[in-house]
Design a protein around this ligand. Structure first.
Ligand code: HEM
Ligand SMILES: *[C@@H]1O[C@H](CO)[C@@H](O)[C@H](O)[C@H]1NC(C)=O
Ligand SMILES: *[C@@H]1O[C@H](CO)[C@@H](O)[C@H](O)[C@H]1NC(C)=O
Length: 519
């Protein structure tokens, strides 16, 4: 009897569930389906493989969407995703669908409600504050940090010169982590000196664990995850990240209060000085911009600072890696970059200053072209909270996830020509570059929720790349030289499978002047 009742309840629930989603099924049926779609599971069976397979599947869906005016549906059992590559539709989506998909809840467990992953209601207020901290007048002062960290990167690479191919990832990711933590928190992490820094290890492990949860449905429910072996590691790694950040914030707060009290003595009105640090970090700015003691709580500060660190580290490192690999594959392009650097620096060994950056126009085009072909964030997932009619005529059903395929728009021959897959930095020459749609090129996304670190990232990458390329020539293996493609995987960010294998050769000074010592 009880069983019968239970069965009845279950059937009733199922029927109401289906009816409540009738609208979604109806609208979804009007969106083109990929040939891989099966009854019930949809495309879930195509996403069971490794991070390389998952990336390839999502690339294939992006390419398949070109045939259907840039849209394709993807059922993950009961979850509906719509893959979009049409730049006109995307402009509207990025303006109107500001909420992130539920999958971001796994990242929120670490970063809380900081910028990238927060629900819209919380995000609006925080965006207003963080956007002020990223004004160009403020961020351009960070070039000093990038330049200093870039010189450390060059020193760390020195023992690798002329010793064959090696893995570039540990070098570039510690460069970006040290620069981001110095500018975000105002502390020198010194991970370039010691890649076993607990903070770095915890962050890398954390991203791996989160990525596993996103793609493996059985790791998703919280109650079940608690029984998994990964859970203990998840919690331990999380507390390493939190404890470290909390400690920095506590110190900053005390300084902030001390400085506040000592205001009248004008000579003590100097910048905060933590470990010999003179510039204002984002943390200082966030404390004062949000209203000092009445502003952000310590937890809110931790959320913002950790979010910046997660958003800014692997993205810029991956992008630098792709750029250096591509320069190895295209030696003529690298020679042009070197010539430009030589015109600016000559044989001098002086560190880069911010005025130099404006002169590095060809390097900038190279970085942009590498961001087009290998965007470190290849997909963004937003959520449609209501039925949304797109300019193309299709309707995004309420409750569906929208997969914004940056990978796709960047390689669509409709907008980039028949040679869309070719690496050609001169596409970005002012006389050749005409964007028909603002969303045809958007490595940093588009609309009100785009990347706040856009200019910061370009400055950081250009500074470190020029430090390396002035001193060394990047070389790749014979195989890689004849293969234009870089094999990639999806690991929250998109990264090269081989972790960026290159070799370095020393650049000989063109003249001997630099050897003369002037008293
Ligand atoms: C090459 C490097 C980078 C790339 C490709 C990149 C890409 C992106 C993309 C695509 C988004 C938007 C996601 C969306 O529209 O839903 C984003 C958001 C964001 N990025 Fe970046 N990013 C980079 C570097 C940085 C850096 C260096 C920082 C900070 C130091 C940063 C901070 C942020 C923040 C805070 C957001 C969230 C904005 C919001 O939701 O209001 N990013 N980034
Ligand atoms: C993607 O498409 C290519 C070419 O059509 C095919 O060879 C490959 O097997 C596909 N990969 C996946 C994972 O579906
Ligand atoms: C962090 O996670 C990794 C696995 O991703 C694990 O090997 C490591 O032990 C964890 N760290 C701690 C302190 O538990």
């Amino acid at each position: 009897m009880v069983w019968l009742l239970l069965l009845f309840a279950l059937v009733l629930w199922f029927v109401t569930y289906k009816i409540s989603r009738r609208n979604m099924y109806k609208l979804a049926s009007l969106v083109p389906a990929p040939i891989e779609e099966l009854p019930i599971v949809g495309i879930a069976h195509t996403l069971t493989g490794s991070p390389v397979d998952i990336m390839e599947t999502l690339q294939n869906f992006s390419y398949a969407s070109f045939k259907f005016n840039g849209i394709l549906r993807a059922w993950l059992v009961h979850l509906l995703y719509i893959v979009v590559t049409n730049p006109v539709d995307l402009e509207m989506i990025l303006k109107n669908c500001l909420d992130k998909d539920n999958l971001h809840r796994f990242l929120r467990k670490i970063t809380g409600n900081g910028g990238v992953f927060a629900p819209v209601s919380i995000w609006r207020r925080r965006r207003k504050i963080i956007i002020q901290a990223f004004r160009p007048k403020i961020t351009e002062n960070f070039v000093e940090v990038f330049s200093e960290q870039g010189e450390i990167l060059v020193k760390k690479l020195e023992p690798r010169v002329g010793t064959g191919t090696f893995n570039l990832w540990p070098y570039i990711s510690t460069y970006t982590l040290d620069s981001v933590s110095e500018t975000a928190m105002g502390v020198k992490l010194h991970s370039q000196d010691d890649s076993k820094t607990p903070f770095l290890q915890a962050m890398t492990s954390m991203l791996n664990l989160v990525c596993q949860r996103i793609f493996h449905l059985w790791l998703q429910p919280d109650w079940l995850y608690k029984f998994m072996p990964q859970y203990v590691m998840h919690e331990k790694n999380k507390s390493i990240l939190h404890d470290y950040t909390d400690q920095v914030i506590k110190t900053k707060r005390e300084e902030f209060e001390a400085e506040h009290k000592s205001r009248p003595e004008s000579e003590q009105k100097k910048d905060y000085d933590l470990d010999g640090y003179k510039r204002k970090s984002f943390l200082d700015l966030l404390i004062s911009l949000s209203g000092g003691e009445k502003g952000y709580t310590n937890i809110e500060l931790r959320e913002e600072v950790l979010t910046l660190t997660v958003a800014g580290t692997d993205t810029s490192a991956a992008s630098m890696g792709y750029t250096l690999l591509l320069l190895g594959k295209y030696p003529d392009v690298q020679e042009k970059v070197y010539q430009e650097l030589y015109d600016v620096f000559g044989d001098s060994d002086r560190p880069l200053v911010k005025e130099d950056l404006l002169k590095l126009k060809h390097l900038e085009r190279v970085v942009k072209e590498s961001l087009r072909l290998y965007p470190p964030v290849p997909f963004i997932i937003r959520k449609a909270l209501e039925d949304t009619k797109l300019p193309s005529g299709y309707v995004l059903p309420s409750g569906s996830g929208v997969v914004v395929s940056i990978w796709g728009v960047h390689r669509d021959p409709k907008y980039w020509g028949p040679d869309a897959e070719k690496f050609d930095p001169d596409r970005f020459l002012p006389e050749r570059f005409k964007l028909e749609h603002s969303c045809s090129f958007m490595p940093f996304s588009n609309g009100p929720r785009n990347c706040v670190g856009y200019q910061y990232a370009l400055m950081s990458m250009k500074t470190a790349l020029s430090a390396v390329l002035r001193r060394y020539r990047v070389v790749v293996t014979e195989d890689a030289l004849h293969n234009p493609y870089i094999k990639v995987k999806l690991d929250v960010m998109m990264k090269a499978v081989d972790e960026y294998q290159v070799a370095l050769e020393r650049r000989a000074p063109k003249t001997l002047k630099s050897n003369e010592h002037v008293a």
